[in-house]
Design a protein around this ligand. Structure first.
Ligand SMILES: [Zn+2]
Length: 484
């Protein structure tokens, strides 16, 4: 049987508003004492009434517009009823059959097949988050759990795709692009490990001959891009195996176990009607005026695709460089800061994409936390231009900069390497280098003025950067003219 993989994603993003979705509690809850960031509204106490935070609506519209969605001018909130210990109201305020944004798309590029694909966005809706259970010890053997309601009422936007992703790798590419987009929109910090961007996936397998679509399962608890790819691959393989054996696939929710690299059955999948959705009587229907939509559209920040084109045009760097440098907002910001301080934009991109990204990857550090600031990177490049350090020395100094967070000038100073001030000593070295490099002398005699640079570099190297570059340059020039 030849099969086609069918994957749809449900992504929750935490919107970075200052206050919660229906009350004035602060959204700054991480690291706070449990149950201190709450009020009668987010605790769902009797008599309390929710009021929609306008900023949440604005951020959700911004997200929906950037995903090319149609904005429903009239939408309503629904109660999604279910009991869970971290949900004190026993219902979640969400949107159901009338969401804020519908029928959008996002284009992704698949390097493997060298094609661009439009992935449909079914809907973008607004909802509130629940609290958090803290299990004592290991969840399986835990004797009790504690509940922290600080996260109750944190605003979320849920983004649902059409089941149009055709491989686990496509799902990973989509998610990376979506995170980059919401970061550029400044609506979500996109931190998967801290849970501000969460992804669930629906997976099924279609028989190509018959066109029959298999039963789908839902996968939860994937906390990184790598986990998404691994979990989906595991699930696809599991389903294919079952189908080959003629075993029926059960519709269920499965949990990705990162330590065992498997998906495990959590519960049989609930249907929408199990939730007894009904219109939220405490909130007015949501009406969005055309003016508000246009207002938000006008304030949309520069999106990654546009930024990439700008990088190519303004900085005159290859598309490949621009693609990588705009793959995250923070990386793009880092590059722009560095490029603003240095004339050769390609040199800047080479150092960032080469040495810096290699070190960051090795040490598993995000660009936001880079020990080398854009200013320090440029200081080092300028020291190279001034011929105070050679290219080879720069690589060593770069490593020290990365490990210590210090600037290049400071590192040179602290290493005790001081300049040679005795000019007679320098001239002796210059003569020695000229003698050792007859090819450069010949090049210079044939009019290649640049041969001097090479010789200066050799002097700098042999003195470990301790020579005065301007003096060496002049000395070599004088000597060469005599020889010529
Ligand atoms: Zn509150």
């Amino acid at each position: 049987m030849s099969e086609e993989i069918v994957i749809g994603l449900e992504v929750h993003i935490q919107l970075m508003t200052k206050s919660k979705i229906f009350c004035q509690c602060s959204t700054d809850y991480i690291g706070k004492k449990p149950n201190t960031n709450v009020c009668p509204v987010c605790l769902g106490l009797p008599g309390s009434l929710p009021v929609l935070n306008k900023k949440v609506l604005e951020f959700a519209i911004r997200t929906a517009l950037a995903l090319n969605c149609k904005i429903n001018r009239a939408s309503i909130f629904h109660r999604k009823n279910y009991f869970y210990p971290d949900l004190p109201k026993a219902y979640q305020i969400s949107q159901y059959d009338s969401p804020l944004g519908v029928n959008g798309y996002m284009e992704i590029f698949i390097p493997e097949s060298d094609e661009k694909r439009k992935i449909g966005i079914t809907r973008v809706h607004i909802e509130e988050d629940a609290g958090k259970l803290i299990h004592e010890g290991d969840i399986a053997t835990s004797s009790y759990s504690l509940v922290d309601y600080n996260r109750c009422g944190i605003p979320l936007a849920e983004i649902v795709t059409e089941p149009e992703l055709r491989s686990p790798e496509e799902a990973r590419i989509f998610l990376i692009k979506l995170r980059n987009l919401v970061q550029h929109l400044e609506v979500c910090d996109g931190n998967m490990e801290e849970g501000s961007l969460r992804c669930d996936a629906n997976v099924s397998v279609r028989d190509i001959q018959t066109g029959n679509l298999g039963t789908k399962t839902e996968i939860k608890n994937m906390n990184s891009f790598r986990a998404v790819k691994k979990a989906l691959q595991f699930e696809v393989d599991r389903q294919k195996e079952l189908l080959a054996e003629g075993v029926k696939i059960v519709q269920e929710t499965r949990h990705w176990d990162e330590s065992k690299n498997i998906t495990l059955s959590m519960r049989s999948k609930e249907e929408a009607h199990d939730y007894r959705y009904f219109p939220e009587p405490d909130l007015l229907p949501l009406r969005v005026s055309q003016e508000m939509i246009e207002e938000v559209r006008k304030t949309l920040p520069e999106l990654p695709e546009v930024r990439k084109e700008r990088f190519i045009k303004i900085y005159n760097i290859p598309e490949y460089d621009a693609e990588i440098l705009t793959s995250s907002k923070a990386l793009g910001d880092y590059y722009e800061k560095a490029a603003s301080l240095y004339p050769d934009k390609k040199v800047v991109s080479n150092w960032i994409m080469g040495e810096l990204m290699r070190f960051l990857k090795e040490e598993k550090i995000e660009i936001e936390d880079s020990p080398i600031s854009p200013e320090n990177l440029i200081e080092m490049l300028k020291l190279m231009d001034e011929r105070i350090i050679s290219g080879k020395m720069a690589k060593d100094i770069f490593e020290t900069m990365f490990k210590t967070g210090k600037g290049a000038r400071q590192i040179i100073k602290e290493s005790g390497v001081t300049q040679i001030t005795d000019e007679n000593e320098l001239i002796k070295i210059v003569d020695k280098i000229i003698k050792e490099n007859p090819k450069s002398v010949e090049d210079f005699n044939q009019g290649k003025e640049k041969a001097i640079n090479y010789l200066v570099g050799q002097v700098m190297r042999s003195t470990k950067g301790r020579a005065k570059p301007d003096f060496v340059f002049e000395a070599i020039k004088q000597r060469m003219k005599k020889i010529r």
